[in-house]
Design a binder for this molecule. Structure first.
Ligand SMILES: Nc1ncnc2c1ncn2[C@@H]1O[C@H](COS(=O)(=O)NC(=O)C[C@H](N)c2ccccc2)[C@@H](O)[C@H]1O
Length: 548
């Protein structure tokens, strides 16, 4: 019997490695990964060198004879070697599961029990020891895999990888209960990357700095954006991101032209190194995602980098992202909130009311449902959570097509663009009144002394609920005396830190109903951050039970 022709990517759809290594075929000598090295230096990996490393790792992985879809835990920072390894997993038909190098042992044990990986991979210099039983272990360096504990052979019931197979699984921080594994197929990821490429966010020769850890899919967006565009990834080590001077030094030494990161990566830079940021000659684009960028800090960033393109990227891990919207430059003085625009080409965001009915037209409020070819397959081993997230298409339930319930609220603008209002679970009831916590946060940020804010619901001493606000004050240099309020009056000049709380409450009372005025305002030096760099609301809530 004649064998069918070897399936080509074009015939069967694209795998992750097909799309990201494509530039290697056209411009093999171009830089693919540029890493900051010893002070002032860099380590450059060309596309040809990256492709060779991928081949070497893929050969080593195939030799372990796993069946397609087998999971591989990848515990590493987002550097050149880890990028080669994750592409090699793709080429070998394996599903990589990125985890943080500082994952607590107990959480690692839970992830192993849930994802049932066959192999744990870490760099040669990785510090993980005493790995749970039941999985092989190996270390990677310079294209070589050194197996320490041989993985058990898995029965090979399958031989042919398929683009609907999971390319990766990202376990969310799981704020409530057990972490959820977001399963992303090759088909979903490559569809997302192609939708993103339509926005011309990068071009050959660009150098795109990534600042997120590998287990946060923002890093995978950066890797895909750079490699699919023929640009170079500039992975900034986490230990550098946290220190403004080291962060800016890494951007300078690598000649970074773009920086991708959550809003919080800029807070300390704006506070402590504004001049070095202003002097960074090569930087010409910033892309952020994950949460709203506080407007006072965005204004400051624009002042320091006039003309720089700033892109607001909105979306959830369940589709990697959904929209890319340029921030107006300069921000209008009376701007209340940023637009998240409309979905990337090939996808669509619709709004539904609480009854699930589609609402549309300027001024329509509702929950965002995302129709997209980039939707996740489901939550790993959690059909109930999957059913709750992937719901019947409200416009054509008969079709069986599913759309993503994002849990995000938005309002439609005059030209079809959406404005993020907050999470459905950040709608709280205060003594019978519905409050959108984001609205109170945005009001606090209109005070010239405030540069970041988070508002939570807390039980009232006398029963019922009230609001507690945490505010980070701008350094004196930042405190403009012109209030960006939507009322004509300028705010009072900023008082010394210790008694600004009553002023902030009075400032809120000027435009918000009494039940939306925080009963308590705590001035803090910084907001606690999650591993992904977002404001850690659980930590703030816990601090409320501690004495001030
Ligand atoms: N630009 C935003 N404004 C305001 N709220 C936002 C925004 N981007 C997310 N979010 C919020 O964050 C939620 C998603 O959280 S998440 O699942 O942890 N994923 C992320 O935060 C990152 C996301 N996968 C991603 C990766 C790469 C690029 C863009 C987005 C969204 O549902 C929104 O609530």
């Amino acid at each position: 019997m004649s064998r069918p022709p070897a399936a080509t990517a074009a015939a069967t759809g694209e795998f992750l490695h097909d799309l990201l290594l494509d530039p290697a075929r056209h411009d093999p000598g171009r830089p693919a990964v540029i890493e900051p090295a010893a002070p002032g230096g860099t380590t450059v990996r060309t596309y040809a060198e990256l492709a060779r490393a991928v081949d070497a790792y893929a050969t080593a992985l195939r030799a372990l004879e796993f069946e397609p879809g087998t999971r591989v835990l990848l515990e590493a920072e987002a550097g050149a070697e880890a990028i080669a390894v994750l592409l090699a997993c793709s080429r070998a038909g394996l599903t990589f599961v990125p985890i943080a190098p500082d994952t607590p042992q107990e959480r690692l044990r839970t992830l192993v029990g849930t994802a049932r990986p066959a192999l744990h991979l870490q760099a040669k210099t990785g510090e993980r020891t005493d790995l749970p039983p039941g999985l092989g272990t190996a270390r990677f360096a310079a294209g070589e895999l050194v197996v320490e504990r041989t993985p058990a052979a898995t029965a090979r019931r399958r031989r042919v990888p398929c683009v609907t197979d999971p390319a990766y699984i990202v376990f969310t921080s799981g704020t409530t209960g057990r972490p959820k594994g977001v399963v992303m197929s090759h088909r979903a990821v490559t569809a997302f990357y192609r939708g993103m490429l339509a926005h011309h966010l990068a071009a050959p020769g660009d150098r795109i700095a990534g600042t997120s850890p590998l287990h946060f899919d923002f890093s995978l967006l950066t890797i895909g954006l750079a490699l699919a565009s023929g640009a170079a990834v500039v992975p900034v080590p986490q230990r550098a991101v946290r220190w403004p001077r080291r962060f800016l030094r890494a951007l300078h030494d690598t000649g970074a032209t773009h920086v991708n990161g959550v809003p919080s990566i800029w807070r300390q830079v704006l506070r402590h190194e504004p001049d070095r940021l202003a002097g960074l000659a090569t930087l010409r684009q910033v892309l952020f995602c994950g949460e709203e960028f506080p407007l006072p800090e965005l204004r400051r960033l624009q002042e320091l980098r006039p003309g720089m393109r700033i892109v607001n990227c909105y979306g959830a891990t369940e589709s990697m992202a959904a929209s890319f919207e340029d921030v107006p430059d300069p921000l209008p003085a009376d701007l209340e909130r940023l637009s998240i625009g409309t979905a990337h080409p090939g996808a669509e965001m619709i709004l539904v009311d609480e009854a699930g009915g589609v609402v549309d037209g300027p001024g329509a409020h509702g929950e965002i449902l995302l129709r997209s070819p980039a939707l996740f397959t489901g939550y790993w081993d959690d059909p109930e959570a999957t059913r709750a997230a992937l719901v019947p298409d409200p416009l054509c339930p008969q079709s069986g097509q599913r759309v993503l319930r994002t849990g995000d609220l938005a309002v439609r603008g005059e030209n079809g663009e959406l404005y993020f209002l907050g999470r459905t679970d950040s709608q709280v009831q205060i003594n019978g009144n519905r409050v959108e916590l984001g609205e109170v946060e945005r009001r606090l940020l209109q005070h010239p002394a405030a540069t970041a804010a988070a508002v939570l619901r807390q039980p009232s001493p006398e029963g019922g609920s009230c609001l507690a606000a945490f505010v980070v004050l701008a350094p004196d240099s930042l405190r403009s005396d012109t209030a960006t309020t939507n009322s004509a009056t300028a705010a009072e000049p900023a008082a010394p830190d210790q008694d600004i709380a009553p002023l902030l409450r009075a400032f809120c009372a000027r435009t918000l109903p009494s039940y939306m005025v925080p009963a308590e305002v705590r001035v803090v030096h910084a907001l606690p951050l999650t591993a992904n760099g977002k404001a850690d609301r659980a930590a703030l809530a816990a601090s409320l039970t501690e004495p001030e």
